[in-house]
Design a protein around this ligand. Structure first.
Ligand code: 13P
Length: 258
């Protein structure tokens, strides 16, 4: 397994945090710290209201900006929604899709995750598609069934060329915001299962080209061990992405783990 076949990506998911001045301040602090990240892609996924500020703040740096959701229709009577074209026009490059908080609190299903993923790709956005099992699903020993089902449905009808532009984030729901991190071995087990599932759906070369992140209480203390695993190509970071120094420590762990 060769990690150099794919990009290491560290992405912050700010969730519902930061006003525009706060967003600017955090990004200004992050920029110089991560300037030496080299081949590691550094992304901040921020609330819609911060996108324009964020894109302007990181201009000329190696930090990329992502949104936290996108609607699947091109335009129309969908009050409160934001289209993929609206995001690309702003200079947004990535978008988180199917985060477990969207699945849990906002009725997101694998069908809508699939629609959003295809709409994002069609508009030139790179989707970060989130999958992960609930605690009781893990306890019932059906983690692999759950993940395989999500991968198959979320990527239905997505071409091999497009899946190579897609990032998969493995986020066990029980590890999100709980301080309870999956062990590096647990993360590797599922990330490697995701790659094997992609190899079955597409082919090995395609599967080897896809960046698979771990997310769920990844922090400055545990990132290096998680990122040392052969199939953990990056991280999707919640809480720790709101602190410039901690986020940078995770980025540097990815730089050193390459
Ligand atoms: P925490 O890092 O706060 O656990 O959140 C993880 C997450 O949901 C990233 O998308």
């Amino acid at each position: 397994m060769n990690k150099s076949l794919r990009k290491a990506i560290i992405a912050g998911n700010w969730k519902m945090n930061k006003t525009r001045p706060e967003a600017k301040e955090l990004l200004e602090a992050i920029k110089p710290l991560v300037a030496n990240a080299g081949e590691v892609e550094v992304i901040a996924c921020v609330p819609y209201t911060n996108l324009e500020t964020a894109v302007n703040t990181v201009a000329g740096s190696n930090v990329k900006i992502g949104a936290e959701n996108v609607h699947f229709e091109k335009s129309g009577a969908f009050t409160g929604e934001i289209s993929a074209d609206m995001l690309t026009e702003l200079g947004v490059e990535y978008v988180v899709i199917g985060h477990s908080e969207r699945r849990q609190y906002f009725g997101e299903t694998d069908e809508t995750v699939n629609k959003r993923t295809k709409a994002a790709l069609a508009a030139g956005l790179k989707p970060i598609v989130c999958v992960g099992e609930l605690l009781w699903e893990r306890e019932c020993n059906i983690t692999e069934e759950v993940i395989a089902r999500q991968i198959k449905l979320d990527l239905f009808d997505v071409s091999a060329a497009d899946v190579k532009k897609t990032v998969i984030a493995y986020e066990p729901v029980w590890a999100i915001g709980t301080g309870k991190t999956a062990t590096a071995d647990q993360a590797e087990e599922v990330c490697s299962f995701i790659r094997a599932t992609l190899a079955k759906l597409y082919d090995q070369a395609t599967a080897d080209a896809v960046t698979i992140q771990y997310g769920g209480s990844m922090n400055a203390g545990n990132a290096a061990e998680l990122l040392s695993k052969p199939n953990v190509d990056g991280g999707l970071i919640g809480g720790a992405s709101l602190k410039a120094a901690d986020f940078n420590t995770i980025v540097q762990a990815a730089v050193n783990g390459q």
